[in-house]
Design a protein around this ligand. Sequence first.
Ligand code: PCD
Length: 783
Amino acid sequence: MTAVKEERPIGFGSLKRKEDQRFVRGKGTYVDDVKLPGMLHGAILRSPFAHARIVSIDTSAAEAHPKVKAVITGKTLESMNLAWMPTLSLDTQAVLATDKVRFQGQEVAFVVAEDHYSARDALELIDVEYEPLPAVVDPRRALDPDAPVIRDDLEGKTDNHIFDWEAGDKEATDAVFAKADVVVTQDMLYPRVHPAPLETCGAVAHFDKVDGKLTLWSTTQAPHAHRTLYAMVAGLPEHKIRVIAPDIGGGFGNKVGIYPGYVLAIVGSIVTGKPVKWMEDRSENLMSTSFARDYHMRGEIAATRDGKILALRVNVLGDHGAFNAQAQPAKYPAGFFHVFTGSYDLEAAHCKVTGVYTNKAPGGVAYACSFRVTEAVYLVERMVDCLADELNMDPAELRMKNLLRPEQFPYQAKTGWVYDSGDYPTCLRKAMDIAGYEELRKEQAERRARGELMGIGISFFTEAVGAGPRKHMDILGLGMADGCELRVHPTGKAVLRLSVQTQGQGHETTFAQIVAEELGIPPEDIDVIHGDTDQTPFGLGTYGSRSMPVSGAAAAVVSRKVRDKARLIASAMLEVSPEDLEWEKGRWFVKGDPEKGKTIQEIALAAHGDLELPEGVEGHLEAQTVYNPPNLTYPYGAYICVVDVDPGTGHVKVRRFIAVDDCGTRINPMIIEGQVHGGLADGVGMALMEFIGFDEEGNCLGGSFMDYLLPTALECPSWELGYTVTPSPHHPLGAKGVGESATVGSPAAVVNAVMDAIGVRHVDMPLTPSRVWTAMKYGSVEP
Ligand code: PCD
């Protein structure tokens, strides 16, 4: 037997994930694995109504339960000034309802008991008298003059309007539309979906009365930002709060915000003097934590008869639920939706977005989406296909004709964005080659002649990820820059401290690879510390695929600082001037005399030893930095989906899916492929089955995995991936984000493929068999 030598790149390459050593052995530590001596358990009583006035709450029977330690209501919180908390969009949200409940599943009371089961049992003993009110369920009715006012807690509020926001040039756009040969209009809904991570949300709070320190283990994608917010809201001194995000079983945006449950665990610990654990169950997660999307969009596209796209106009009604808890930079109430001109060269564009309150769970979070980029990509990629249908033109040809050309970069979009780099036609061509596009079209024609419904769908997406520059992007005033620290120990092993958290995307591996690439220290000699505010520098957290663009850049910069310092130390060791030294991975050597050099490990030891260091050089080998990105990065990709639709049942089978992504420099291609695989599954799920519906009383119809369907291996084909590499010119490594690309780009490809198969212009997601069947029979489906 010949031994296969495992490839172990020092630097970039498909290194196996370090964290899998513990994950595949079941040795991860998730929040629910945290067990502290004397720990109590909390459970939340939730509203059965979507909209109701609270007449009274009687907790006496629950309090009498032998294992119950505390029952907390909105009244208890009012006395601590904690009944309401700020949301990430500068709205307020009830921690526990005091006056009214505003969505089904809203938090009404919190029981702390000796064990989880007693806490749950005691919920049944709480007697709440509600006076039901009519619910606002359809956002298109939310602004009707007679619609019940949901947020009467807000002073002077007499309607359900949250904001109006515009981007682009309305007049210029209208002018282009007026002279266009062809205008196509299409209404579409990006339905309410849920990130549905494997691990639900939860926290363990431990308030130590003696030293006044609060330690909070929680499912958070942004431990530092959360710590600051707890300090601001609860008035606890920030240095006395330690937020720990241990292993996280998937985030997908679900764990960006602060939920009432976290605050309640903290209050429970303060009240009882004991650590308190709260873990929600699946239904609580689906019904009450941040949903995503829920954008009702009207798109209009203007073009010449021969298929030159001229302008886009969009009107959006965003359903934000009962509290505006969406996560996005403060300046952009509709997130980055105004990147909706996509990958095309247009003359003008304009969008208007209106946000409204409804009696539904608050949100919407950027689920695998850099702040509403997903909705934007879906809109433009559906509009382009509608235009192709109108013009009777091949959708690939129409895209090729309109894609931005490489020489147009950096490209200033009509709504303000500056795309950093791209070679779009090459990317689309590559996807078409992998797919065998021309042959597929032939096959489709043959099958059609036999009455078979085969569809081919394309989408081409551009994302804006890596928030922010700090001056444009903040959450509640906290600018989106990331700190990073690197320390090389005397023996040449290193520890990198990151502000961003990982939820499964493999940061412990990829960030070690960055240091390895820059310093030549093997990745296994580098530990990546993250997810603990006491041990890591401040930063805004992991979402919007910002870790590689922001913290990845920080890791490169901090490594280069260490390398520069190592040069000075090496010059002292070798008794030459620093200018005479040259770097090769892992070593400074004398120019023209490569034998004479010092490895980074030797330099580390000398930095801690008795070597006389050059003037101004402090001992030890370490550095820190704060990285404030000059721009976002703009990853992109071309996706092609092939489906077969059963003419009898409307069932859609995704037969093939080709994805060519460009995320600039690729740190770990295997991890990137994993990210893309996951995102494609997400996309197929949203396109075909995921949906949180409500009945007319506001009862949530998607509160379990029996109703909220997730894709499995059965629904997913064997993904066919390709890539191109167009480095970002402003990122120190040339890398762009990739974590959300496939979720963003794929739904439109699936929907485009199904519409192509059945010959209908548009059907809203999810394309369940019954909806597809109805569309085949009647040409459209009422929402
Ligand atoms: N990378 C590489 N290269 C490049 C890029 C990237 O390698 N060029 C890699 C890194 O390093 C990492 C990953 O990849 O590891 C990713 O990255 P990014 O893109 O930067 O991202 P991040 O930041 O890290 O992450 C985040 C994301 C998100 S956002 C989401 S949704 C999702 C994704 O991530 N989530 C998740 N993915 C994932 N995975 C998993 N497993 N889990 C999870 O949870 Mo949001 O906003 O939150 O909605």
